[in-house]
Design a protein around this ligand. Structure first.
Ligand code: SF4
Length: 352
């Protein structure tokens, strides 16, 4: 554990750097202004597993459509999913809407201020709760994500590989959080990790912690954080069915609410199984062209290889309630997960 004087110096150095170098981001409060918890929460949910550059446009779109938590709560889940389309990790969008309804309803429009209360809301895990508590409400808590793990590992030259080093990293990060100033400290640490203490080629000469940093002193910054060897992930296989009606409509299906990509629209497919599917049952009888395309996609826990079968039909609407026909020109405005967009790209190549 770092001693108190050193902790205070490190916090002051980082805040001094942040006062000059803070990134201008659409969800950040102007200097001296009170942060809006709605904007902080919305941005933190969007930033989970997504880059700042991608999030900016989506954040601005959401704020234009739904400027506060009450208006977001009043939107339908479909509207929210549609606006979210392309951001990925769609459970976030469903939880975002559920959380907005809970805050606007049960909580009277006010986000709770503490980390523990925030964690009771849909879609708010430990990191997001800490980030919102610190940034929106100034609570003296450390928000530790992969970026902060990297910076702390280097600052203290932690040799233990992740994830075993996590408790130590959390303790060290927490010991640096100033009070007041916890919100700026959290954002400063995010900025330092994103712009200076980058995964590759950290810019140590520009770093406010360069004098204290142990990894820099030992010349090992680029090798940290150490990581335990990655576990190999399995490959699942399946068949997707691309059905085109004579008028150019494509058959889509809504996935079950629970489970992977729950509630999202998809190109109908078989189950996705390790070793592939033994029984292939297309959604309708037609002259199927097998192997029209092959699409690969990697989820967190498995690789997916989908063979796409193609058919044309003059059959009119399928009666099953979870199927819809969408014209091929309108597919881009559907809230489709990334793997389905890959199928569309394979089946409707972009014009040259
Ligand atoms: Fe990261 Fe270099 Fe700063 Fe150390 S001195 S915290 S390695 S950027």
């Amino acid at each position: 554990m770092a001693e108190q004087g050193l902790q205070q110096d490190l916090a002051a150095d980082l805040l001094g750097w942040y006062a000059v170098h803070a990134r201008v981001l659409p969800w950040r409060a102007r200097s001296g202004a009170r942060p809006d918890p709605y904007r902080v929460w919305l941005s933190e949910i969007m930033l989970q597993q997504t880059t700042v550059t991608t999030v900016k446009d989506y954040f601005n779109k959401f704020i234009a459509l739904w400027p506060n938590v009450e208006s977001l709560a009043e939107a339908s889940q479909d509207e929210v999913m549609r606006a979210w389309a392309g951001l990925g990790y769609y459970a976030r969008a469903r939880n975002l809407h559920a959380c907005a309804m809970e805050v606007a309803g049960r909580l009277g429009g006010r986000f709770p201020e503490t980390e523990s209360e925030l964690r009771t809301l849909p879609g708010i895990g430990p990191y997001t709760a800490a980030a919102i508590a610190a940034i929106a409400f100034g609570q003296p808590v450390a928000a530790v994500d992969g970026n902060v793990e990297r910076v702390m590992s280097r600052l203290w030259a932690i040799d233990t590989p992740l994830p075993a080093s996590r408790p130590e990293i959390r303790q060290l990060a927490a010991s640096l959080v100033p009070h007041p100033g916890a919100g700026d400290f959290a954002q400063a640490l995010m900025d330092l990790g994103a712009t200076i203490c980058r995964p590759r080629n950290p810019d140590c000469p520009a770093c406010p912690w360069q004098v204290t940093c142990r990894a820099r002193a030992r010349g090992i910054a680029g090798t940290l954080p150490r990581k335990a060897p990655r576990r190999k992930i399995p490959t699942r296989r399946g068949v997707a069915f691309w059905v085109e009606r004579e008028d150019g409509a494509i058959l889509l299906r809504r996935r079950p609410e629970k489970g992977l990509l729950g509630g999202m629209m998809e190109i109908p497919s078989t189950d996705w199984l390790e070793g592939g599917v033994s029984h292939i049952a297309p959604p309708l009888a037609a002259d199927w062209i097998k192997g029209a395309a092959q699409v690969d996609h990697t989820f967190t826990h498995f690789h997916l290889q989908l063979e796409v079968w193609r058919a044309q039909t003059s059959t009119l609407p399928l009666t099953a309630g979870n199927h819809v026909w969408v014209h091929r020109d309108s597919l881009h405005s559907e809230a489709l997960p990334a793997v389905m967009r890959k199928i569309i790209a394979a089946m409707i190549p972009a014009p040259a």
